[in-house]
Write a protein of this length. Sequence first.
Length: 467
Amino acid sequence: MTGTKDYKLWGGRFAEPNHELMERFNASLGFDRRLFEVDIAASKAHAAMLAEQGIIGREDAEAIISGLEQVRAEITAGDLELTDPSLEDIHTAVEARLQQLIGEAAGRLHTARSRNDQVATDLRLWVMAAGRELDQALLQYQRALVELAEKHLDTLMPAYTHLQPAQPTLLAHHLLAYYEMARRDRRRLADCLARAAVLPLGAAACTGTTYPIDQAAVAEQLGFTEVCANSLDAVSDRDFAAEYLFVLSLVQIHLSRLAEELIIWSSAEFGFVTPSDAFATGSSIMPQKKNPDAAELMRGKTGRVIGSLVGLLTVLKGLPLAYNKDLQEDKEPVFDAHDHVLDSLRVAAPMLEGLTVHADRMRASVAQGFLNATELADYLAAKGVPFRQAHEMAGRAVRLAEQQGVGLEQLELAQLQGISDQVEDDVYEALDPRTAVNRRTSAGGTSAAGVAKALKEARKRLWPPKK
């Protein structure tokens, strides 16, 4: 950008320029330039309101709005260089270029506002737009989970506790657990965005303005649902950014949990799944390797996202009212975390779509580890044996089967009757893993009928009928 060197919004008070080290240290243009779209949108709404209220002339407002649109076009096209640290931030850079384009009228844009309420407005607008983008990515991820689950409504697999085989379940049921996590994520996101949609513009530096502004009109034009009720809070509040980072952290944690399971499942020891070549890499020395790097990166980025949340909370923890320059540190963690979570979600959906599931290996694992031991205890309890006694009897049966190197269902009837005289021929049906799955009909249980119903409801939510 030429002709804007040393353009300052505050220069009149100072007799000498900033040291060049201070300029670099103070500048945020290197990262807050991505706010240019929302900054220009908010400035256009502000200018229109100023004219409507008679605070500035309509001709000036029209020149400002037209000039701002030209600045937006120049930045979008890459024709406007945004690298000069003396410009400090995107707000100064936009105004400096506007002044070049339209002259004196540009100086009237900043009437009745401060950079304090301006940057708070910009970041809220950015988070609102980013949240909508995130919600769409979560939707696509949910759809990938549901479509994979629909293909595996009959695929038996072990459910685990403590990473030890626990009870039989369905792969579809397992995948729907992650769908529910994402469903909660989207609800949290919507709640967060509702609180972000509060307009700070009009708070000015910290105590409001003497001009007869119409904040409600600006709020309506920009998509805010209400106006900040306290000017000191308006310029200093970053709860919405911290909340957004918390939402992002939970989304990434949920993705990391799925990634961890896919990594384990793709190991030779499990052999439950094989990632597609599109989302795996090889080794520079071992030709046989196929590494689940997409899932590993998803897991690894979780620390970075959580770190962004902790970083912002640490910035906020000791700040007095109202605005402090520390708040310049609010944007980079939000931008960084959003980018990495969005990338992870956009990778997760096609990674799931390309996953090869080895249903035979999953089914074979169900036959190992005595996953039907609880079924034997429940069977005995249903015959009238107190559950604590039934549990002990089932444990003895497991010990016996283990000694003989067989499954519970392979023990002879006489052996089972030797443990409890309540055992009859129907015990073998109870020990069948498919029966074990389908008997779990409680709400949210793993029965095929229950899972099919959950899939049907999920499909209705994710693919609503067109009106």
